[in-house]
Design a protein around this ligand. Sequence first.
Ligand code: SF4
Length: 343
Amino acid sequence: MTKKEAREIIRQRKAALGKKLIILGHHYQNDDIIEFCDYIGDSLELARKAAGIREAGTIVFCGVYFMAETASILAPEKHVFIPDPSAGCPLADMARIEDIEGAWELITCIDRDITPATYVNSSALTKAFCGRNGGIVCTSGNAEKVFRWAFKKTKKILFFPDRNLGRNTAISLEIPENSIVEWDPDRDMGGLNEETILRSKVILWKGWCPVHWPQLKPSDIKNMREKHPGVRVIVHPEVDPKTVKASDEAGSTSRILEYIRSLPPGERVAIGTEFNMVNRAATDFKETLAIMPLKKVLCEDMEKITVETLAGTLSDLKYAHEVTVADDIAQGARIALERMLRI
Ligand code: SF4
C-alpha cells in the first residue's frame, strides 16, 4: 500500500464510520498521523476523552500500548484498537510485575509503612498491583500531588518505573537527598540493605525513558544558551535532575504547551522532549515565537504508528488489534487510576 492509498483509505473509513469512531493521537505522533486524529493530548487526557465520548464505540489509539490499555481500562464498554501492537514503551517494560512483587515482599518485610505509586507509563498489571496494595497512579503533570497524597497515608513511597520523574518530584517536595534511594531490580535486595530502606522516604525503581535520558543533558542546555543567548529552556521531567536544574522550567507535555502559550511574542525557547511535538509547536507558533528542539530525540515506538498501519486497522476492524485487559486486572488498575483522578 502506498502512503497515498493509505491516506485515501483512512479518509473513506472515517467518513463511513462517522461519529462511531474516534481517533486519538498522542503529542509524540508525527504530523502524518495527527492530521487524522480527532483529539490530541497526553496519555491521560486521551484516556479520559475515550471514556467521556458517548457516541463513539470504537477508539483507535495512535500512541503506545500502555496508553491504549489505559483507555480500555477507563472505557471498558468501548472497543479500543492500536494500529501496531508492537508499539511498546521501554520505560514501562523496565518494571516487570514479577520484579515489583518480589521487591514489595522484601521491602514490606522491613517496613510496612509504604505506598506503591506507578507512573501512568506502565503496564495494566503494574497499575493493578498498585490498586490492590493501597497505591495510586500518577502522570508527569500531577506527580507532586500524588506524592503528597501518599505521604499523608504512609511515611514512604515505592515509585516505579521512572527514576528521573520520581527523583525530580522528590526534590521539588524538598525531600532530603539521603532519604531518596534507588531499587535496582537486577541486584540482590535491589542493591539496598535494611538500614537504607528504613531511613528512606522514597524508593525509586531503576527505570528510565531512553528518549529523555541520558540523551538530554546539561551540556545540551549550556551549548544552546551559548548559541542563542537569552533562550528559554523547558524540559520534560523524565530528564535527570541535573538537566532540570540547568533548565528554566520542567513540565509534562501539557505543561510545556501551556508554557509556550504564556510567552510574549519574540521569545526564543528550546524544548527538551520528543521531536515531533517540538516540531509541531515550532510550526504552530512560528508567527510569534522561535521554538527549537533542545536536541532531536525521537521515540521509535511512537514512530511505529504510520498511515499504513492506521489504514490497515481501519480497513477491517474485525482483523485489527483490539486492546483488551482481563476483568480482574482492569478492576485493580481502575482503582489506582480512580484514586488519582479523585485527588
Ligand atoms: S517517549 Fe519514552 S516514555 Fe514515552 S513511549 Fe517513548 S519510550 Fe516510553
